[in-house]
Design a protein around this ligand. Structure first.
Ligand code: COA
Length: 260
């Protein structure tokens, strides 16, 4: 995988995607969004990859937002297309990926950067991270799912305040809000993400992908999450992973999941 704006490595079954535009604080231009789609799709299709970590290069930023220079002169229709296409190819795509995605937020996560972190399955942050949705300070609103996912993650009142003030919160505040699950030093961020990824990778990938579908179902209009859970639960009984997991338990050994 060769990308202009991304670096990809695979460590112990974990695909690490590093957004690499440090001079622009890793801002998401359209090319980077398309490359991210391809990178997530390729890693998701690789059976050797059990988890994915998304992070930013440099010590300053995860992602400082969508690339403002690209959309500053857009029309109403172009603005709508930008949001629709971005949501479809990256933000919704990541949220619904069957491989678990952990965002390792290593600095500024603003606008589209926080939206990318929020589309990931969960987030951890370094103690220098700063998070916010500053779009209204530019005369626009979050367009990559931010108004929906921030309210889901931190509650409506906090989301309203963060969006209206266009302010940034610290990693500690984000932790208190439940926006990130853990805060650590910048040096320990990737090791912690890899440690959590390794814990996840011991479990059934098929069951994890069912769990992602069931949890996400609660946040989709017109979908009954309990029904999705029942049907995904049933599907697990037809998998080789289920046979291996239950057999290993009864034989008092560690399961070796085939991932099927
Ligand atoms: N889009 C395009 N370029 C961006 C960017 C973005 N979202 N965020 C940062 N950059 C660029 C800057 O223009 C600058 O480029 P230059 O050196 O060619 O002038 C470079 O990244 C470094 O940013 P700079 O503003 O000089 O760093 P700073 O430390 O003074 O400030 C921020 C850091 C994050 C506070 C500031 O860059 C910022 O407010 N960025 C925009 C955040 C935003 O509104 N995001 C939502 C977009 S919808």
């Amino acid at each position: 995988m060769n990308f202009e704006n991304l670096q990809i490595t695979i460590e112990n079954g974990c695909g690490i995607i590093t957004i690499n535009r440090p001079k622009k604080l890793n801002a998401l231009n359209i090319e980077t969004i398309e490359e991210l789609h391809d990178a997530f799709e390729t890693l998701d299709a690789n059976n050797a990859v059990k988890t994915i970590i998304i992070t930013g290069s440099g010590e300053k930023a995860f992602v400082a937002g969508a690339d403002i220079s690209e959309f500053a002169h857009f029309s109403v229709d172009e603005g709508e297309d930008l949001a629709r296409n971005g949501q479809e190819i990256l933000f919704d795509f990541v949220e619904n990926l069957s491989t678990p995605v952990i965002a390792a937020v290593n600095g500024f996560a603003l606008g589209g950067g926080l939206e990318l972190a929020m589309a990931s399955h969960f987030r951890i942050a370094s103690d220098n991270a700063k998070m916010g949705l500053p779009e209204v300070s530019l005369g626009v609103i979050p367009g990559y799912g931010g108004t929906q996912r921030l309210a889901q993650l931190v509650g409506k009142g906090r989301a309203m305040e963060m969006v209206m003030t266009a302010g940034m919160i610290s990693a500690e505040e984000a932790n208190n809000f439940g926006l990130v699950n853990h805060v650590t030093t910048q040096e320990e961020l990737l090791p912690l993400a890899l440690k959590i990824a390794s814990k996840i990778s011991r479990n059934s990938t098929v069951a994890i992908s069912s769990a992602i579908k069931a949890i996400n179902a609660n946040y989709k209009d017109g979908v009954n999450g309990f029904e999705t859970e029942i049907s995904e639960f049933g599907n697990c009984f037809g998998t080789e992973d289920f046979k291996e997991g239950t057999t290993a338990f009864l034989e008092k050994r560690r399961a070796d999941f085939p991932g099927k």
